[in-house]
Design a protein around this ligand. Sequence first.
Ligand code: RB5
Length: 146
Amino acid sequence: MKIAMGNDHTAVELKEAIRKHLEEKGIEIIDLGFNGTGSCDYPVYGEKVGRAVVDGEADLGIAICGTGLGISLAANKVKGVRACVCSEPYTAKLSRLHNDCNVLCFGARVIGVEMAKMITDIWLESGFEGGRHKRRVDMIMDIEGR
Ligand code: RB5
């Protein structure tokens, strides 16, 4: 399993904590995020993570900014991306089961490290249920073609 991670300046520490957590489980991380000092622009990193997922370089993506909103909006502009901001486990689980979410987004200014790790674990353990949910996800993806 390979996961592409991306983040802006608000989320360097949270990205590192999640990266370490996942690497300890044997998951390979492709770090496409900001690691410098000062500030940067989150759309760059949302797009990078989205492209890594739809191009098949990574199986799934995790993108983090201050709220999770900006970076998810950017990732969702990449055709084939279904990025969801999750701040608690129930939504994270359902984002996989029903929405086939392929990019998990966090707000580093919203949730703590332990909650983010728990959400990540539950998200990774959950799989798409298909069936009626596939029809609906297909309807979402059809919007990209119009
Ligand atoms: C950066 O200040 C902040 O706007 C960004 O991290 C994110 O929250 C945007 O949606």
